[in-house]
Design a protein around this ligand. Structure first.
Ligand code: HEM
Length: 424
């Protein structure tokens, strides 16, 4: 083998074995500026919401009002998802419904997954989320990094539910998170990033293929998503070929568990800034009032949600907010950012948006998108997110760790570290 091959292999090995969930960012001034720009996004979006609610020209637009963000998401025949190209790098070319327009293929894939990820599972998932978090906390020291904590709980929980165990090397958490970051912030024209993604994606696909093969010779011992898929495959039901099962499991791992370790540490940071609400969340956790705890966590997430916005590609020139003073024509080919974080702060629809109020109505939240591509995992999220934080919140003592580590640190849009002190 030549030296240059060795070099490539070394690089592949180190990518697969890395415990880093994020590739090194631009660093230096560029990294600092990118972080500052993201940190300033809520303020900038707030200004736009008042002075130019549909802002932009030519190829790039930002939409910041609640009604207009919902219109963008709801009008998927005009504002299409731009995800297919990056997804193909991850799936090896197989389509997945997140990247598809409304079509028979989209509906068939969605239905195939709805048949195996069922409402009847939610209570069990909620209980398992809390049990995993409690067990992890019991073995933890006096300081807990909320990001790593939630990451471990959520990947374990969903890996088990889907039927995908940890690979022999690397981990679902690092591979899944790196693929997620590429999916939503990477570009296929960045050759180094694309190649690195291909290495990880190929390893994860190979792992899932091996898991499917192994399960075929040991059936009927567990009731998980893979087992249900194979049972439908046995009966010849369309939509459950090996590649379709692998693609669905892969995309659920990449699309789902990387997100609770973003939004929950952000919600915890918001609670730490509001001692009265933190105290109420802790009381709810201690007396097992899951409904109150759910409402508080979902409201805390509104002050720092998943991301400032989600992108859409304009498929044909369209008028947005037609008939209002905001009305703008957006040209075919443009990218539109539907700023759902801003929408959840829009006083024209959200009463007193700056006030922390867990009694809001469900439609006032857009945490999980809206319309055709609204999060497939939203019911799982409502059943599990607050339950993952519950044992931490119920601890006898909980507060920020001393120093900067006790304040949420982000890498771009991604929560990276938040250290809390806990005690019995
Ligand atoms: C904190 C947790 C989560 C958040 C904040 C979240 C957020 C979102 C959002 C905003 C979208 C819409 C994307 C768009 O319209 O561009 C979405 C879609 C999706 N989510 Fe989630 N998600 C979470 C967890 C999960 C979980 C646990 C799963 C699966 C187990 C999942 C599976 C999906 C899938 C498959 C889609 C695509 C739906 C479609 O195209 O019809 N998500 N998610």
């Amino acid at each position: 083998m030549t030296g240059s091959h060795d070099g490539i292999l070394d690089t592949h090995e180190s990518i697969l074995d890395s415990t880093e969930c994020f590739r090194p960012g631009p660093g230096g001034l560029a990294g600092w500026l990118a972080d500052r720009a993201l940190a300033a996004a809520p303020f900038a979006m707030g200004v736009l919401r008042h002075v130019a609610p549909i802002a932009g020209r030519g190829a790039f637009w930002v939409v910041t009002r609640y009604d207009d963000v919902r219109e963008v998401f709801a009008t998927d025949s005009v504002f299409g998802v731009p995800y297919a190209e990056n997804l193909a790098v991850i799936t090896g070319g197989a389509p997945f419904f997140l990247g598809l327009p409304d079509s028979p293929a989209y509906r068939a894939q969605l239905a195939a997954m709805q048949a195996v990820m069922r409402p009847g599972d939610l209570a069990r998932l909620g209980d398992a989320a809390e049990a995993r978090a409690a067990a992890l906390l019991a073995g933890a020291g006096p300081q807990v990094d909320v990001v790593a904590f939630v990451r471990q709980v959520t990947f374990g929980l969903l890996g088990d539910y889907l039927g995908v165990p940890e690979p022999d090397r690397g981990s679902l958490a690092t591979w899944g998170t790196r693929l997620f970051v590429f999916q939503f912030t990477g570009s296929v024209s960045d050759a180094a990033w694309r190649n690195e993604t291909q290495v990880i994606a190929t390893a994860l696909r190979t792992h899932i293929d091996a898991v499917i093969e192994a399960r075929k010779s040991g059936r009927g011992r567990v009731d998980d998503v893979l087992e249900r898929c194979l049972a439908l495959q046995d009966r010849g039901v369309p939509g459950y070929g090996d590649v379709e099962i692998r693609t669905a499991l892969l995309c659920m791992i990449v699309g789902g568990p990387p997100q609770p370790p973003m939004v929950l540490p952000q919600a915890m940071e918001q609670l730490l800034r509001r001692p009265d609400w933190l105290a109420r969340a802790r009381r709810a956790a201690r007396r097992g009032d899951d409904a109150d705890l759910h409402a508080i966590v979902i409201e805390a997430m509104r002050f720092d949600p998943l991301a400032p916005g989600l992108p859409r590609k304009v498929l044909k020139t369209a008028t947005l907010a037609a008939g209002t003073a905001r009305e703008r024509e957006i040209p075919e080919g443009a990218t539109v950012i539907a700023a759902f974080a801003s929408a959840m702060m829009d006083a024209s629809r959200i009463p007193e948006p700056g006030v922390f109020n867990p009694n809001r109505l469900p439609h006032e939240y857009i945490h999980f998108g809206h319309g055709l591509h609204e999060c497939f995992g939203r019911f799982i999220n409502h059943a599990t997110l607050h339950r993952m934080l519950k044992p931490l919140l119920a601890a006898g003592r909980l507060g920020r760790a001393p120093g900067v580590d006790g304040h949420l640190r982000k890498r771009g849009a991604f929560a990276d570290r938040l250290l809390v002190s806990v005690g019995a």
